[in-house]
Ligand binder design. Structure first.
Ligand code: GDD
Ligand code: MG
Length: 372
């Protein structure tokens, strides 16, 4: 009894910052299978696919850290060990990481409920596949000012059909939440950006031990109960769900072109060997231990660690994971190539090509669209 009380006190004090203001906790939903990113996600779960050679989760952790949040739980289900092994206790990244692993996927709200024992405070919940430079501090401030029980961050998109459509009242209250609306159901262009601030009491509204979703379950329930459930649409904020190959590539191009206000590539060029007559343009990112042979060109692309680019090969607008070899005279344009692949000499690998780890293309292969 006394032990529990002491533990509670420790929890209470460790959740306060120096100024005595209560800090938030965070839960990152990182349990999906990432099916739309296959074959990239066969051996690398979506939350840790590299974006400019950094595991994706680190960008989300940066967003949380900018808001002073360091108590972070990762909610895992698919290939959890790979994520745990890479991220450890978070000390390398200046945060405290905890993990929950569902025996089987519990759904988005089910995953939050499953982490109940680790959640005492108001919690920021992130979908684990959103690249954003959101100013989370101001979102949290407004959530508190409005005494909301739940807040959803919204973002405008061209076509809401792949997302959760959210209609709001003039005062910011949510009027309607409609997941994956059909074409004739689209009334607004604002969608659920996959960032929520939740007060712990919403945990009581989620059934235990069941697959349950925020989108189809909890959010409609909050509306039915007329709870203070608000939306915020931050201005000038970058937002992208990286969950398809096209958007995964887009995230790279936006970062390489410095189009994201609060996220920048820290170091473009690692320690690698390059012939004097080869070219790496100023946009590209090249990791350590690469070799770029004479006449080769790397343009607006990312090379992971230990890649070989042979004579006169051209890598343009592409993302190449570590330890891949690109044969002489091969051309890669707008492609995504997994780890440890082999691209034969004079191959043409065109836009929309996605190769999984260890793929091997024979010499003179042609994939994707080639200009005639
Ligand atoms: N732990 C756990 N368990 N995580 C899960 C589970 C689960 O059972 N199911 C999904 N997730 C995680 C995924 O890993 C992902 O990070 C996040 O929850 C959202 O799942 P997605 O499969 O990527 O959903 P979506 O992109 O179709 O739609 C969601 O995101 C949109 C924004 O990108 C919805 O929240 C939409 O309303 C939203 O607009
Ligand atoms: Mg998604």
């Amino acid at each position: 009894m006394v032990g529990t009380r002491v533990l509670d006190l420790i929890r209470f004090y460790s959740s306060k910052d120096h100024a005595g203001e209560s800090l938030m906790q965070a839960l990152i939903l990182a349990g999906g299978k990432g099916t739309r990113l296959r074959p990239l996600t066969l051996y690398t779960p979506k939350p840790i696919v590299p974006i400019c050679n950094r595991p994706f989760l680190l960008y989300q952790i940066d967003t949380l850290k900018r808001a002073g949040i360091t108590d972070i739980t990762l909610s895992l289900s698919y290939q959890p060990h790979k994520i745990e092994q890479l991220m450890g206790d978070g000390s390398d990244y200046g945060v405290h990481l905890k993990y929950t692993v569902e025996p089987q996927p519990m759904g988005t709200a089910g995953a939050y409920k499953y982490a109940e024992n680790l959640i005492r405070e108001p919690t920021v919940v992130f979908n684990g596949d959103i690249l954003t430079d959101l100013d989370l501090k101001s979102v949290i401030r407004e959530h508190k000012d409005r005494k909301a029980v739940a807040t959803i961050v919204l973002t405008p998109v061209e076509n809401p059909s792949a997302y959760g459509l959210v209609e709001t009242e003039p005062d910011g209250r949510i009027r309607r939440f409609l997941e994956k609306p059909k074409a004739d159901e689209i009334t607004v262009n604002t969608i659920n950006a996959g960032t929520y601030i939740l007060e712990p009491r919403v945990l009581d509204l989620i059934p235990e031990g069941e697959n349950y979703s925020f989108e189809y379950g909890l959010f409609p329930k909050l509306l039915m109960m007329n709870e203070p459930f608000f939306a915020q649409t931050p201005q000038r904020t970058y937002w992208l769900d990286i969950g398809t190959p096209a958007r995964y590539l887009q995230a790279h191009h936006d970062l390489l072109a410095n189009r994201i206000a609060r996220i920048h590539v820290k170091k473009r060029l690692g320690n690698f060997d390059m012939a004097t007559v080869a070219e790496v343009d100023e946009m590209s990112v090249v990791a350590d231990d690469c070799m770029i042979k004479p006449g080769a060109q790397v343009i607006n692309s990312v090379l992971g660690q230990g890649c070989y680019v042979e004579e006169k090969a051209v890598v343009e607008n592409s993302v190449i994971w570590s330890h891949t070899r690109i044969g002489a005279g091969a051309q890669l344009k707008g492609a995504i190539v997994g780890r440890g692949c082999h691209i034969g000499r004079s191959a043409f690998v065109g836009p929309n090509t996605v190769l999984g780890d260890k793929a091997s293309l024979t010499d003179y292969s042609q994939t994707g669209e080639q200009a005639q």
